[in-house]
Design a protein around this ligand. Structure first.
Ligand SMILES: *Cc1c(COP(=O)(O)O)cnc(C)c1O
Length: 461
């Protein structure tokens, strides 16, 4: 008998259509990266072989989603597709009132404008780039209340997305709860490496915020991946379905901003969801100015149909097992080559620790930005920086110096195969072999907002 101690998962789908990729040569890639100012965001996508820049809007839609796409109702007002999306959000997430937006940041913009007054504080379990920017533009100040383990690339704590309630309590004591319009809670914290928050922690937070009359707003971009980790790791949830865990998470919060481009398996779209009528009414007024009428909010009817189906598909246990399983496969493969990565492996990608990979390059010479470029030149695999460039500058102009200096290998959902993962891991191993010869970068152009998207660099001699 064959000796098998662990059964493999496989994707719960098969291919029906493929997209051909261009393979480039090393000299072509050296030239392309130089022209892109050593910023992988400025590469042309057609010069990329395996694109792990982001999992945002890069998902492969299912035949069911494409079929729904064709039924999109493009009416300017009262589109049937809006009501289909609203129904899915209410059914699977449980929020009451929905305002569609063109993507996640559209919802963040509107919510921040409504709830944040100048001088307010917005605590959160680590920042996200666009989320914090909208909080700051609305006059608020972001306060990091995530547990310390989240800032430690080597900690294997299973819920690195948890809130440190002592940090929150200290803030409430210092500034008073009237200066805190809401606590912003991300599920599967992107910037911490795709790390989950536990239900137990969320329940404690709910108790605390209730006592102080503070709302919880849920950045639910990757809620289903978080729910899968809860199923795998949290006591008492081993036999609870992902869809039921998602519903429970949402029930512990008062509203949400969503980028449907991640979990919900579409290419564009998002929404703001809220349980109180007054905030909803203001949001519905405001969306007309910034996004579009309240029954389309900047997305087409067909996209709302695809979101409705995508939400349902994202809550399948088999889908999440394959999704998170593929990330883990890549992580283990890199680990076998000795590559330093953030542990435990996250839900949407593998985060390589650039400080440990390139210890001879100081943070001000952008080790993660450098490494992302080196991997691209080696194999045409595109990744992105999540370190000092992404962290940007404080309102007073100083650079943030984040503890984590990472390169993110983000996996689009249902797009690449295990063989692609092998190619990626081998490429990183090749770069690791010659890491001592790698030199850092200097920034030669810096945009004012979200600089990581458009900044340009030159190689240090
Ligand atoms: C992507 C993302 C957003 C913003 O959503 P967009 O659709 O890109 O505007 C907000 N929060 C988190 C955690 C995200 O990953």
């Amino acid at each position: 008998m064959a000796k098998i101690d662990k059964r493999s998962w496989a994707e719960p789908y098969r291919m029906k259509m493929v997209e051909l990729l261009k393979v480039t040569t090393r000299p072509q890639r050296v030239k392309a990266l130089k022209e892109a100012g050593f910023n992988t965001f400025l590469l042309r996508a057609e010069d990329v072989y395996i694109d792990l820049l982001t999992d945002s809007g890069t998902n492969a839609m299912s035949d069911q989603q494409w079929a729904a796409f064709m039924t999109g109702d493009e009416a300017y007002a009262g589109s049937k597709s809006y009501y289909n999306m609203e129904k899915a959000i209410r059914q699977y997430y449980g929020y009451k009132y929905i305002v569609p937006t063109h993507q996640g940041r559209g919802a963040e913009h509107i919510l921040s404008k409504i709830l944040i007054k100048k001088g307010d504080y917005v605590p959160g379990n680590m920042y996200f780039t666009t989320t914090r920017l909208h909080q700051e533009l609305a006059g608020g100040k972001f306060e990091d209340i995530i547990i310390d383990e989240a800032h430690d690339a080597t900690s294997e704590f299973p819920f690195k997305g948890n809130v440190d309630l002592n940090k929150l309590e200290r803030l409430v004591k210092k500034v008073g709860s009237s200066k805190i319009p809401y606590v912003c809670i991300a599920t599967n914290v992107n910037m911490a490496g795709g790390q989950p928050i536990s239900i137990a922690n969320l329940k404690e937070l709910r108790k605390f915020t209730k006592k102080h009359g503070i709302r919880i707003i849920h950045d639910m971009t990757r809620v289903a991946e978080n729910a899968y980790f809860i199923q795998q790791r949290e006591k008492g949830y081993g036999s609870v379905k992902v869809r039921d865990i998602v519903k429970e998470i949402c029930s512990l919060t008062d509203g949400a901003t969503m980028s449907a481009k991640k979990d919900a398996l579409v290419n564009i779209g998002g929404f703001l969801a809220i349980n109180d009528w007054d905030t909803f009414e203001e949001a519905r007024n405001m969306v007309v100015a910034y996004e579009g009428l309240h029954t389309y909010g900047g997305i087409a009817g067909r996209d709302m149909e695809a979101i409705a189906v995508g939400i349902r598909e994202s809550l399948s246990d088999a889908h999440q097992a394959a999704r998170v399983g593929q990330v883990e496969y890549l992580g283990k493969k890199m680990e076998s080559y000795g590559i330093p990565t953030v542990k435990p492996f996250g839900g949407h990608g593998i985060f390589v620790d650039a400080k440990a990979f390139l210890p001879h390059i100081s943070q001000d010479e952008f080790p993660a930005q450098t490494l992302a470029g080196e991997v691209y030149v080696d194999s045409g695999v595109r990744t992105m920086e999540r370190g000092i460039v992404s962290a940007g500058r404080k309102p007073n102009g100083e650079n943030y110096h984040p503890k984590l200096e990472l390169v993110r290998f983000t996996l689009p959902r249902r797009v690449y195969t295990q063989a692609h993962m092998d190619v990626v891991a081998e490429s990183v191993a090749m770069v690791y072999d010659r890491r001592k010869k790698i030199k850092g970068l200097k920034m030669v152009y810096e945009p004012k907002y979200l600089r990581f998207f458009q900044a340009r660099f030159e190689q240090l001699k």
